[in-house]
Design a protein around this ligand. Structure first.
Ligand code: FMN
Length: 190
């Protein structure tokens, strides 16, 4: 495969991760940096990939730890692994956060009711609770409060790294976009 084909294949797999919830790329790990410079990582649902703008999105509750971490330090990394294809993709991005703006409003309007309910819980993510709370029903949920808590994290992709495991020889490639959009592609030692 040429570097060009590798990059096209990577975009295709990422796009498939958005639309096909059965694919492992649907739920990447997203890493941020804590206030005391520790790595902080969790699973998220991949909501969109824009190959032209080179952006990636997921949704989150703005009361979650990651939102505060990304507000303080926008460096956001995402990790994907497809066990069946033996492909790992790593993304280095700079996050832009959206809450109660046009981007958040559009994403909220396209969200399922069951997803919206989660954002209306009065218990902030990570808060200490005596026992695990029951899920809110649709009737109990206050969607206005939910919308206020709803955030879209959009990462501007600066670097994409590809690793294909193979008995014939692993293939690893790096793709870096400069601020002016110039792309530098390289094969790397696996
Ligand atoms: C399959 C799966 C999908 C998840 N999707 C999301 C998501 O899209 N957004 C999100 O904020 N948390 C999601 N979570 C929960 C996070 O992994 C995490 O537990 C939560 O957001 C709190 O993270 P934080 O305290 O580091 O902010 C998901 C968890 C799992 C297991």
């Amino acid at each position: 495969m040429s570097l060009e084909t590798v990059l096209e294949t990577a975009w295709g797999l990422l796009q498939e991760g958005v639309t096909n919830r059965k694919k492992p790329f649907h739920t990447p790990a997203a890493a941020s940096i804590s206030a005391d410079f520790k790595p902080s990582i969790r699973t998220v649902v991949l909501r969109s990939i824009d190959q032209t703008k080179k952006t990636v999105r997921f949704h989150t509750d703005i009361r979650a730890k990651k939102y505060a971490e990304l507000t303080a330090n926008p460096y956001l990394a995402l990790h994907f692994y497809d066990e069946t294809k033996k492909v790992q993709i790593r993304l280095e991005t700079t996050a832009c956060l959206h809450n109660r703006d046009e981007v958040a409003a559009e994403a909220w309007s396209l969200s399922q009711s069951m997803s919206k309910v989660c954002y209306s819980t009065p218990i902030p993510p990570g808060a200490s609770v005596a026992v695990p709370p029951a899920a809110l029903s649709l009737e109990e949920a206050n969607m206005e409060i939910g919308y206020d808590n709803f955030g879209v994290v959009e990462g501007a992709i600066n670097y994409l790294e590809w690793l294909q495991l193979s008995a014939k020889g692993h293939e690893r490639a790096g793709f870096r976009w400069a601020a002016d959009g110039t792309l530098i592609c390289k094969w790397l030692g696996p």
